[in-house]
Ligand binder design. Sequence first.
Ligand SMILES: *Cc1c(COP(=O)(O)O)cnc(C)c1O
Length: 374
Amino acid sequence: MIYLDYNSTTPVDKRVVEKMLPFFTDIYGNPSSDHLFGSESKKAVNNSREEVAQLINSKEDEVIFCSGATEANNLALLGLATRQDPNKRHIITSKIEHPAVLEPIKKLSSNGFEVTYLDVDKEGVVNLNQLKEAITSNTFLVSIMSANNETGTLQPLKKIGEITRENGVLFHTDAAQAVGHIDINVDRMNIDLLSISGHKYYGPKGVGVLFVRNRTPRVRLNPIILGGEQEKNLRSGTMNVPGIVGIGEASRIASNEMKINTKNYSNLTSRILTGIKSIRPDMGFNGSNSNRLQHTLNICLPNIDNKWLILKLKNYCFSTGSACASGKDEPSHVLLAMGIPIDLIQNSFRISVGINTTNNDINTFLKDLSEYIN
Ligand SMILES: *Cc1c(COP(=O)(O)O)cnc(C)c1O
């Protein structure tokens, strides 16, 4: 089996597993306990906080651990909205967000909040002029993802941050696909809230982070999970110490190895593009070739049904787009927003490479794809 679906999830790096193991069996104290044993766990949690903070250039006390990017997005959106003055009722987002952003926003919209959904161009990039024009005196938040999970297209975070800061509006970004893969700097980009998922960059599933800016401006949220007041009372519940240790180690590794990995991924995906193009010169490419995650491709082969392709190339794991939308038989809302016709959406699929992908994997994939097409 050859895995080409690293956008949906990644394996846990063996170094991360090694680091986590003692926290299941030996150092199992509750970090909130006052005794010495608990303080060992607490030390490990704080060390992780430091590693995550370094990866995104935040302060340690701005890192709130939670269960993943879904929870981080919910906390950011619902936690902020319920804290607003009654005259601040307007949110700006984009048409290509992950369901973990779109669904909480839909809920807010049904509770009387007003929502503007920004368009994207044919490469999947939001329109900055439309963003500027959409901001009103009622706007309190702009939520735009860092990198799209179906196409890998990157958004101009720094420019968005300049616009939001200039207008006194907060900026949240769902960075589940970006953190650990590209440079994210919350200060330079004027990001106020940022969601991270451990399992998208070789950390464990079930752990994530919400970065909450503490100074200039200080962002205030209401918690959505109430209880023992852990994580500055923003996220109650006994802390997932092994998971937190894992996301910390994944962050440390990413800080050191992101650059070299990106270079390898760029070579691998170039080979895929060149290879498929030689089999099918009419190959289409969904997304931005210059501004994307180097490990992600969204490719269109006219008249080849994507569901059949995935079924027939059964030794390979790749997908039609988002793992979260599979099971639903609706065309991708991301590709639709990019203006791609429905029949071509049914001919589109996502391939994403990662740390275990080899040139040989790509060669066999291209050979089998070529056989299937012919
Ligand atoms: C995977 C993903 C999520 C959900 O993250 P979980 O940690 O699995 O909850 C949210 N947004 C984007 C863009 C993602 O790719």
